[in-house]
Write a protein that binds this ligand. Structure first.
Ligand code: SF4
Length: 315
């Protein structure tokens, strides 16, 4: 399988060439808002889920062959990237052989380990998540595999921040009636303010794509405004990503849509654009894919989602 994808439009990182280091839903969390669905492979084991050399070769090929501008090479994808023990070597390869900037989107849970901190030191930008105000909500929202306490994870992040020369942008996923009360936002703010140096940006995210749990919804404007006022260096990203997917590498619309929906639900209008790029109609494409994808409605939008097994209902 391909471990390098895109460049794809990203709301924070412009055109991002994605690197996926782990099989689908390999993670040490099973977040209620995850857009990839429930965690299949719940693990805290660091290893080479795919051969490091293969990923470097793929990256080299993708960099040579893409026709779009690349703003960042971003470690993101089907699970938690720091679970791959070769991540440090791949980052060093990018920094030694190319001029691209490197971003790592991580849940931040393994930064308490020295080896993980060292692996990420050469990145330009690290984006860890802080969604919970305390231990109880950490277990409710992120549902971690490990016994480690939330406090230790935050301590790991603080230590990393002191030694890291790049930028840290925190991501906070705010969800209605889960962590959007004033009390919770105040506690999250206190945690972020205790990191030194204070992270350059704090992105206030909301679940814009269909989440794992149906009861997860977007908070009201009032909570978002309060969070924007209270969190340091806050930037809301409660808007949709714009821009086109680079679908050059695919031979037809079905292949492109299947590959993208493997990573996350795809908006209907974006699927239609992809079909038109390959001079097909969206109806023809959906007919061919009727056993592979399904429609889900979320926040007044229609999304295409890849079926996990062929017995799931289709459209
Ligand atoms: S949102 Fe990220 S950290 Fe949470 S379960 Fe999904 S992949 Fe893992």
């Amino acid at each position: 399988m391909a471990n390098v994808f895109g460049p794809v439009p990203s709301r924070r990182l412009g055109n991002s060439l994605g690197v996926n280091l782990v099989p689908l839903k390999t993670c040490n969390y099973s977040c209620v808002y995850c857009q990839l669905g429930k965690t299949n492979y719940f693990t805290n084991e660091r290893k080479e889920y795919y051969p490091t050399e293969k990923i470097i070769n793929e990256l080299e090929y993708a960099i040579k062959n893409t026709t779009l501008n690349i703003d960042y090479i971003t470690f993101v994808g089907d699970g938690e990237p720091t679970l791959h023990s070769g991540i440090g070597r791949i980052i060093r390869w990018i920094k030694e052989k190319t001029n691209f900037k490197v971003a790592v989107i991580t849940n931040g849970s393994l930064l308490y380990l020295n080896e993980v901190c060292n692996d990420l030191l050469y990145a330009d930008l690290v984006l860890p998540s802080i969604d919970a105000p305390d231990e109880r909500k950490f277990r409710l929202i992120n549902r971690p595999v490990m016994k480690i306490r939330y406090e230790e994870i935050i301590d790991g992040l603080k230590l990393f921040a002191r030694n890291f020369n790049g930028k840290i942008w925190i991501e906070v996923m705010l969800m209605k009636d889960i962590n959007d009360s004033r009390e919770d936002i105040d506690k999250i703010s206190k945690i972020i303010n205790s990191i030194f140096p204070i992270p350059e940006r704090v992105y206030i995210n909301v679940p814009i794509r269909p989440p794992t749990e149906k009861w997860v919804t977007i908070p009201d404007k009032r909570s978002l405004m309060y969070a924007q006022e209270k969190l340091p260096n806050a930037i809301p990203i409660n808007f949709r990503e714009e821009g086109k997917f680079d679908v050059n590498k695919y031979t037809n619309a079905c292949e492109a849509i299947l590959d993208i929906t493997e990573k996350h639900p795809l908006r209907y209008d974006q699927a239609k654009e992809i079909a038109e790029y390959f001079k097909e109609t969206i109806d023809e494409v959906l007919k061919k894919l009727q056993k592979e994808v399904k429609f889900v409605e979320y926040d007044n939008e229609r999304y295409l989602k890849k079926l996990k097994n062929k017995n799931e209902n289709t459209f």
